[in-house]
Every structure is written in structure tokens, then in C-alpha cells.
Design a protein around this ligand. Structure first.
Ligand code: BES
Ligand code: MN
Ligand code: MN
Length: 468
């Protein structure tokens, strides 16, 4: 164990936590315009933290939406450069009544930091700022570092996409390092090597031109809520395959060996069910739970709205019904193509008795990151050092749309070295992040830099001569 790192963390951990609390207290909800000033305030707070940690040229870069915080430490242009990406915006906290403590008043309970953004992504992003401070204070930063922390990840990163295209020189680097994913368990470290893409769509079904008495008209006109439910039900067959024509055309088929390799990851179906209080699981026939939530695409209703939902009963046939539908995509599906296929199909299955409107929201492309690169090896070695166990490569079901763009626009691979747990309840009430995980991240990140610099300096071994 590197005593430098551990000593520094031991001495400063209370402050590390208190500083994270300062960020968690600002409700930087990017989806809700009500929080506009708070989101901007958070960008300024991140800027101050980067300056205090020792970064140069720190700026809050304006965009068409929320700003991007940039900072850097270039110690020697000849050395490799790591670009750290993270996000300071968070998901809305509602439903508030399901939180046991207030979402923007962080507290520690049973070794966990409870607050919206504790894990996703303020806690994980801030580990990098504190690890950077540690390397500056202990004179151990072995390569150049750039930070790019955005405020619109939770709403699709549209402006970051533009920023990346316009600032290729500024963002020049050798690899991107991100902590916005998770590990399998605290005693089973893992590195994420795949993310799903996303196609998000809103649909509107209109029946009669006004809400109607369900007795006077019921049975004689289309009820848009009933129709919407029928249409949604039609989008999957009895094996839970998605029925949109062409939907699976581009889906990457994994080899039997790859699937066998995946199946080696530790997983207990009993514990999975128990954690979610489920009597049974559900999903596409022919695939395991781990496959269903990583290498297979999905279609899910995220919200549905229509008719009377107030107290008591109101006898009414609503004029309109709405749903928000997401499809998670896998390599080599394309979000624009899938959105178009969905639109065609949804319109084609609508009965004449209703009108439908399909409005696409944000999308994002799936990505697979290499597990044989120098940067992956550095991350693996770093985690092995601090967890005492070699991390396993896993594909995650979540999406970080900018990662595919980093590859297509900057030509850069990302290392997804996250420290969260599936049980951290990100996007849910009572989001939390383990103090263990937060400090483990701060401890692991400096090793990543150390090994990344060392491995970059080591010349590649000469190719072995082929035997005749
Ligand atoms: N950090 C998450 C994504 C994530 C979490 C990936 C855990 C893997 C493991 C990110 O903030 C997120 O929530 N992304 C959104 C996509 C976005 C376009 C709204 C998602 O996956 O729903
Ligand atoms: Mn995130
Ligand atoms: Mn998120």
C-alpha cells in the first residue's frame, strides 16, 4: 500500500466529505427550469473546487444551455493527457414523500451519504477533484490532466455535443476517464466496458375532441387510454420480444464464448429478487437477467398520463392519453433509425378511431470500450491494488450518450471506472453513496495515473517471431 495516498486520505477524509456536502446542498436539477440559478451556482462551485485543488485555466464555459466547467494541469506537454469527464447536474428528487431525509440536505446514515446526486454524479465526479488535490499536494501527479464537468447529462448532453465538436484542440487528450457507473459489489470490483444507447419518445393519442361522459358515450367511441394501452401491449410478443419490424436487424449477436464469459460474473437470482421484493423476474425469452439488462435492447414505458386520477371516481372518457417510452439500444443499433422504426410502427398500428402524434426526445448511441488498452490495464491494476482483487469487465445497461461521441468526434476511448452500486438508488428516492466507495475512489484514482504513466513509458514488447 502506498502510505502517501492512505495517509493523505486519512488526514483529510472528513473535509473531503464536508466539501462534497457543499455541492450536494445545491439542487442542480437540470430537467426543471425552476432550479436554473442553482444549476449555475453549482457550476461556479465546481470551478472554485478545481481552482482550490490546483487546476489552471479554470473557466465556466457558456453553452446554449447550462455551462461546462473546464480546468487543466499541464505539467509537461510531452507526457500523456487524461481528460476527466463528469456531470454536476442531478435528476429531479421527486417523489419527495418517499425520501426519509431531505434530498438536498446530505446526511450520513449507516455508512452511506444520502442525497440526490450523492452517487450520480456529484459524489463520483468529486472523487476526481479530491484525487487531483491529493496528487498535487503529494507531488505525485505523473501526467497531464484536463477536467470537463457538464451540467446537462441528465437531459441528454446536447450542448456538450456541440462544445466537443467546437473545442477539439482544447480537449486534446490520450484517454477519457469517467466515474459515472458502478462496480458489481464492494468485494467484487468491475470496470464497465459497454453502455447502452437510448431512443426516447413521447406519444400522444387523441380520441374525441373533448372529454366525454363515460355513460353517454362509453362503448361507442374509442377511449384513447384503452387504445394507448393496447398499442403499447402490441409492441411486445408473448416471449417479450419487441415487435417493431426491423428493430433487431442491427443488434450485435454475442458469441457463445462471450456469453459464457459474461455468465461467470457473480450473480444470485435469489438476492436480486429479494432486493427488489419480486416473486419472479421478467424479460425476453432465451436470455439471462444479466444479458437482458446489458447486451439486449429494451422498450419500456417510463410514464403514462390520461384521464381522471384525482380523489374518488369521475366517470369520464378522456380526449387524450400520453406516454413516454424509452428504448435502450445495443451495439450496432442507431438511435435515429430506431426512432424512425418506432414512429412508423406506432402510426401503423393506430386504429382509425384515434389520431396519434409521436415526438422524439433525446437519443444516444451505444458504446463498447476496449478492455485491452493501456488505460484499461492501468484502471484494472489500480483497482486490483486498492480492492485486493482484479476487476472484471462488465457491460452496463445504463447510458452516457457523450461516450460514443468522444469516440466519434475526438477519436478517444473512455475508461468507465465507476464506484457506485446498483443498490445506491440513483434516480430514485433515497439515493445514497457509500463513504467506503467515495474514499475508495479517491484512493484508486491516483493509482490509475501512476500506472497509466508507467505503462505509457514502457515500450511495447517486441513482437514474437512466428514459429515456422
Ligand atoms: N450515470 C448514469 C448512467 C449509468 C448509471 C450508467 C449506472 C451505468 C451505470 C447517467 O447519469 C444516466 O442516468 N444516464 C441516463 C441517460 C440520459 C440521456 C438521461 C440514463 O441512462 O437514463
Ligand atoms: Mn450519471
Ligand atoms: Mn443519471
Amino acid at each position: 500500500m502506498n502510505t502517501d495516498i492512505n495517509t493523505y486520505i486519512e488526514k483529510n477524509k472528513d473535509r473531503f466529505i464536508e466539501e462534497l456536502f457543499e455541492l450536494l446542498r445545491i439542487p442542480s436539477v437540470s430537467a426543471d427550469p425552476k432550479y436554473k440559478n442553482d444549476v449555475i451556482k453549482t457550476a461556479d462551485a465546481v470551478k472554485e473546487k478545481l481552482i482550490a485543488a490546483g487546476a489552471d485555466n479554470v473557466e465556466v464555459c457558456p453553452t446554449g444551455g447550462y455551462p461546462i466547467v473546464y480546468g487543466e494541469k499541464i505539467i509537461d506537454p510531452k507526457l500523456p493527457t487524461v481528460l476527466v469527464y463528469g456531470h454536476y447536474d442531478v435528476q429531479p428528487a421527486d417523489p419527495l414523500e418517499l425520501w426519509t431525509t431531505r434530498p438536498f440536505e446530505p446526511v450520513i446514515k449507516n455508512g452511506n451519504i444520502y442525497a440526490r446526486g450523492a452517487c450520480d454524479d456529484k459524489g463520483q465526479m468529486f472523487m476526481h477533484v479530491k484525487a487531483f488535490e491529493l496528487m498535487m499536494q503529494t507531488n505525485t501527479l505523473p501526467c497531464n490532466i484536463k477536467f470537463m464537468i457538464e451540467g446537462e447529462e441528465e437531459v441528454g448532453s446536447d450542448n456538450l455535443g456541440i462544445f466537443v465538436k467546437q473545442n477539439k484542440e482544447k480537449l486534446k487528450a490520450d484517454v477519457i476517464l469517467i466515474s459515472d457507473t458502478g462496480i458489481t459489489a464492494n468485494d467484487t470490483p468491475s470496470i464497465t466496458v459497454g453502455l447502452r444507447g437510448l431512443s426516447y419518445i413521447e406519444v400522444e393519442v387523441t380520441g374525441p375532441n373533448r372529454d366525454l361522459h363515460s355513460g353517454l358515450y362509453g362503448g361507442a367511441v374509442a377511449n384513447p387510454i384503452n387504445i394507448l394501452c393496447e398499442m403499447i401491449a402490441k409492441m411486445k410478443d408473448n416471449k417479450n420480444h419487441i415487435t417493431i419490424p426491423g428493430f433487431y436487424d442491427d443488434v450485435e449477436i454475442l458469441s457463445a464464448e462471450d456469453r459464457a464469459e459474461m455468465a461467470k460474473a457473480p450473480f444470485s437470482l435469489d438476492e436480486y429478487k429479494k432486493a427488489l421484493n419480486l416473486s419472479d423476474i421478467h424479460g425476453e425469452e432465451g436470455y439471462t437477467t444479466n444479458e437482458r439488462n446489458s447486451i439486449r435492447p429494451t422498450l419500456d414505458v417510463n410514464g403514462i398520463l390520461g384521464g381522471y386520477t384525482g380523489e374518488g371516481a369521475k366517470t369520464v372518457i378522456a380526449s387524450k392519453a400520453y406516454a413516454k417510452i424509452s428504448m435502450r439500444l445495443v451495439p450496432h443499433q442507431n438511435s435515429d433509425k430506431i426512432t424512425a422504426l418506432f414512429k412508423n410502427y406506432f402510426e401503423s398500428i393506430a386504429p382509425k378511431s384515434v389520431k396519434v402524434k409521436v415526438t422524439p426526445h433525446h437519443g444516444g448511441e451505444p458504446v463498447v470500450t476496449p478492455s485491452d488498452s493501456v488505460a484499461y490495464k492501468a484502471a484494472s491494476k489500480a483497482m486490483e491494488t486498492t480492492f485486493g482483487k482484479k476487476p472484471i469487465p462488465v457491460r452496463s445497461g445504463g447510458s452516457i450518450p457523450i461516450v460514443a461521441m468522444f469516440k466519434s468526434e475526438l477519436g478517444l476511448d473512455s475508461v468507465l471506472m465507476g464506484f457506485g452500486l446498483d443498490s445506491d438508488a440513483i434516480h430514485s428516492p433515497n439515493e445514497h453513496y457509500g463513504v467506503f466507495n467515495y474514499l475508495k475512489g479517491i484512493e484508486t484514482i491516483p493509482y490509475f495515473y501512476k500506472y497509466y504513466a508507467e505503462l505509457n513509458l514502457t515500450p511495447a514488447p517486441p513482437l514474437l517471431k512466428e514459429r515456422g
